[in-house]
Design a protein around this ligand. Structure first.
Ligand SMILES: NC(=O)c1ccc[n+]([C@@H]2O[C@H](COP(=O)([O-])OP(=O)(O)OC[C@H]3O[C@@H](n4cnc5c(N)ncnc54)[C@H](OP(=O)(O)O)[C@@H]3O)[C@@H](O)[C@H]2O)c1
Length: 349
């Protein structure tokens, strides 16, 4: 692997806001894994973590406080510190001419902000966005649109229904810690009062069919985001997609059961071939038989994993599948980094 910190004046200067978080930390891992070349790396967080040291490659970096950072010192800034931080600080970064890749939902639906999954709509990155911000979609939308794009082109899509099984890490470090602590407590005393800051009711030995607040139509914010973001990325404003998003007691790795109705009959062998041919996608076994695909037995965490591919016995136009991804990598950090790699390849950074 090449040394990522380089003298090259053309290599970008990078800042990571939320570098001590679950997504930020994974981004640093991915930067290292992929040997990304950069000229400077700034790690930023709140006052709580300022002064901590984090090792990236063969160097220790001191975490700085976001409020004291001069954005003119970075060419690109990754934000993953929550949408309130993005709303307050992304405009400041943009005012300094810095390009922002934002992991939160703060700007995803803004008309002038491209929402990008490079395997699906990299043409959005053909020019540097005037708003200075590129949004990274949510962790369930990313794998879903990567599956749907080519299916839509081949067979057309009439309707999609998806049930998600989302891990505690989707709520960051505090979500992981709460699940672990509640599980320990529940094993000692099932009647004990469980911590329920992140997940209410508690998540230990439980499933919670609500992620985010419930909106007027009965869907949750998470379910609404899946609908709106998928439509925007796929360029299909009328796409009929409904979801039930469920939190499950898994530390990391989101799963989803998808049902897709197409406009024409779908041939299962052709579908498996098409999906297995997509970049960084693994179809397990023959899609129907083979290893049982779970978040705990995922294989390559940088891949999107598919299994249980079946044609509906009563409707030859529709199929079902099971999908599992590492939400911190494929569903967040890796996609954000691939946006940056695409920008570099297109000469915008
Ligand atoms: N987890 C996922 O699967 C996932 C997927 C896609 C998108 N996202 C989005 O990514 C963002 C971060 O998620 P996460 O899971 O990484 O959360 P997390 O583990 O709780 O990390 C939050 C990070 O934000 C920093 N932070 C919080 N308040 C701050 C402030 N006022 N100023 C500067 N830094 C601040 C924290 O720094 P301290 O150490 O100083 O507290 C920490 O580095 C969220 O908006 C989330 O919705 C998460």
């Amino acid at each position: 692997m090449p040394m990522p910190l380089v003298d090259d004046p053309l290599a970008p200067r990078i800042a990571v806001v939320g570098a001590t978080g679950a997504v930020g930390g994974t981004l640093l891992d991915v930067i290292e894994d992929r040997g990304l070349r950069y000229r400077a790396l700034h790690l930023l967080a709140s006052a709580r973590s300022a002064g901590r040291e984090i090792r990236v490659g063969d160097r220790e970096y001191l975490v700085g406080e976001l409020t004291g950072f001069h954005f003119g010192d970075a060419d690109v800034v990754f934000f993953s510190a929550g949408h309130a931080v993005s709303r307050a600080w992304v405009p400041v970064a943009v005012a300094h001419g810095t390009l922002v890749i934002d992991n939160t939902f703060a700007f995803r639906m803004s008309a002038d902000v491209p929402l990008v999954v490079p395997q699906v709509n990299s043409a959005e990155l053909d020019r540097r966005p005037a708003a200075g911000v590129i949004a990274n979609p949510n962790s369930v939308t990313i794998p879903l649109v990567r599956v749907v794009r080519d299916v839509e082109r081949r067979w057309g899509v009439r309707q999609i229904s998806v049930s998600t099984y989302q891990a505690a890490s989707g709520s960051g470090h505090s979500g992981i810690e709460e699940l672990q602590e509640a599980s320990r407590l529940a094993l000692q005393d099932p009647q004990a009062t469980m911590p329920a800051e992140e997940f209410s009711p508690g998540l230990a030995f439980n499933v919670v069919p609500q992620i985010g607040r419930v909106l007027d139509d009965g869907f949750t914010l998470q379910e609404r985001k899946l609908l709106q973001e998928s439509r925007k990325i796929l360029g299909l404003p009328g796409l009929d997609i409904t979801a039930t998003c469920v939190r499950v007691p898994v530390v990391n790795g989101h799963s989803a059961a998808m049902w897709v109705e197409c406009l024409k009959p779908v041939d299962r062998a052709e579908l498996c071939l098409l999906l297995g041919g997509l970049p960084d996608v693994t179809v397990h076994g023959d899609g129907m038989h083979g290893d049982i695909l779970t978040p705990a037995t995922l294989g390559d965490p940088n891949h999107l994993h598919l299994g249980r591919i079946r044609i509906s016995p009563t409707n030859p136009n529709s199929f079902l599948l099971w999908l599992v991804t590492d939400n911190l990598r494929v569903g967040a950090a890796l996609n954000a980094l691939q946006i940056m790699e695409t920008l570099v390849a297109k000469g915008h950074l």
